[in-house]
Design a protein around this ligand. Structure first.
Ligand code: PLP
Length: 431
């Protein structure tokens, strides 16, 4: 057996930073990443045989917990029939039908393999449909690592963004406008000055890549009005929130708060693959008809709609569609967040939290942040100490203060209680 330290050293010889996605390297919190050997239900075990209650769930997909029997069976059966054909299969239709049935704004979907791919394709489609080049995104929202989306705000509202990654030419992001989340004045000004050139506004409606920040109802209402008025498309990036905050995604949450609310396009991932590489983007039949082979917007993929991945996603959607699923998941998640707030209060530590469905966030702060700047100004030192104390106690939280957490249906009341107990000890020790 090799220890986590040994594996990390070995990994760094052949994989940059030892990881295949940067957040896994624990750079934000320090320390050695845990190499995961297996998962079952609400738990994961590392290479040293230590068990953790898992609040990442592969960053969202594992909404049923690890190794759910119905999902395992579907995947095993599909694998026996073949891994990939490069030709259409019935299961792709079934998954598309399931998504369309659950999300009223979506009449057609195209399946792809990652959220990055889905987001990139959605933007191309929005540009193709509108014949416009400019796109609006918000600081702190992540839409995958396509070039045009790796961008931070310029110096003023009128200026376009700067690349946040080397290797992205300034020319490629010159059409991307980056605004502050929940800032009505900025979105008003952007549309007043450039409304005829904006193809789309892309947003995480409940942002999980800056911990957990909801778009306010006035902000979302204004975005909808401005997009409609100026002929821009409102693109909901529900890669994280889709089938996670509610069966109908974040758009079903906003539809309850804003009468008649619908986005123009939606991007899904994570839960719809149930842990396999699968994502999708969808819209009306008219919009989706602009895609190849019907229309002029090109998009394709060798492994798109993969037979094993679609089996995994379908089995997952079937389970989460059962009566009472989201009520129970939401209740567990609320109990966790209320528990964390309770023990923090007892310890005299400022901590606020929020959740929707099986997604949650907490901040070492007195008020829930409304944008990225405020999130990043919350107490990082305390978060990092807390993260490591929890990890030592066998609770695996997201290893960065700007990431959301995820509860699965496999988390029992005892798991939640054990987590809150560990938090009480972690916070008391530092009070
Ligand atoms: C995870 C995520 C993506 C990217 O998905 P990948 O499958 O990692 O490429 C895009 N948007 C949001 C909101 C995400 O959370």
């Amino acid at each position: 057996m090799q220890t986590n330290d040994e594996l990390f050293t070995r990994a760094q010889r052949v994989i940059p930073g030892g990881v295949n996605s940067p957040v896994r390297a624990f750079r934000a919190v320090g320390g050695t990443p845990r190499f995961i050997a297996r998962g079952q239900g609400a738990y994961i075990w590392d290479a040293e045989g230590r068990r953790y209650i898992d609040y990442i769930g592969s960053w969202g997909p594992m909404i049923l917990g690890h190794g759910h029997p119905a999902v395992l069976e579907a995947v095993q059966k599909a694998a026996l029939d073949g891994f990939s054909f490069g030709a259409p299969t019935e299961r792709e239709i079934e998954l598309a039908e399931a998504i369309v049935a659950l999300v009223p704004s979506v009449e057609q979907v195209r399946l792809v393999s990652s959220g990055t791919e889905a987001g990139m394709s959605a933007i191309r489609l929005a540009r193709g449909c509108t014949g416009r080049s400019k796109i609006v995104k918000f600081e702190g929202c992540y839409h995958g690592h396509a070039d045009a989306l790796l961008v931070k705000a310029g110096s003023g509202l009128a200026t376009f963004g700067h690349p946040t990654s080397a290797g992205v030419p300034a020319d490629v992001v010159k059409h991307t406008l980056v605004l502050e989340y929940n800032n009505l004045a900025q979105i008003d000004e952007a549309f007043a000055t450039q409304g005829t050139e904006i193809a789309c506004v892309i947003i995480e409606p409940i942002a999980g890549n800056m911990n957990f920040v909801r778009a306010s109802v006035p902000f979302m209402t204004r975005l909808r009005e401005l997009c409609t008025k100026h002929g821009a498309m409102l693109v909901f990036d529900e890669v994280m929130t889709g089938f996670r905050v509610a069966l109908g995604g974040a758009q079903s949450v906003y539809a309850k708060l804003i009468p008649g609310f619908k986005p123009d396009m939606s991007v899904f991932g994570k839960v719809i693959g149930g842990g396999m590489p699968l994502a999708a983007f969808g819209s009306t039949r008219e919009v989706m008809g602009q895609l190849a082979p019907l229309g002029p917007v090109y998009q394709a993929g060798t492994l798109s709609g993969n037979p094993v991945a679609t089996a995994c996603g379908l089995a997952t959607l079937e389970e989460i569609g059962k009566p009472g699923f989201f009520e129970a998941l939401s209740a567990s998640t609320r109990t966790l967040v209320a528990g964390l707030q309770g023990v923090a209060r007892d310890a005299g530590v400022p901590l606020v939290g929020d959740s929707e469905g099986g997604m949650f966030g907490f901040f070492f702060a007195r008020e829930l942040p409304q944008n990225y700047g405020v999130v990043m100004a919350t107490d990082k030192e305390r978060f990092n100490r807390f993260f490591h104390a929890m990890l030592d106690a066998g609770v695996y939280l997201a290893p960065a203060l700007y990431e959301a957490g995820f509860v699965s249906a496999a988390h029992s009341a005892e798991d939640i209680a054990a987590t809150v107990h560990a938090a009480a000890q972690a916070l008391a020790a530092k009070a």
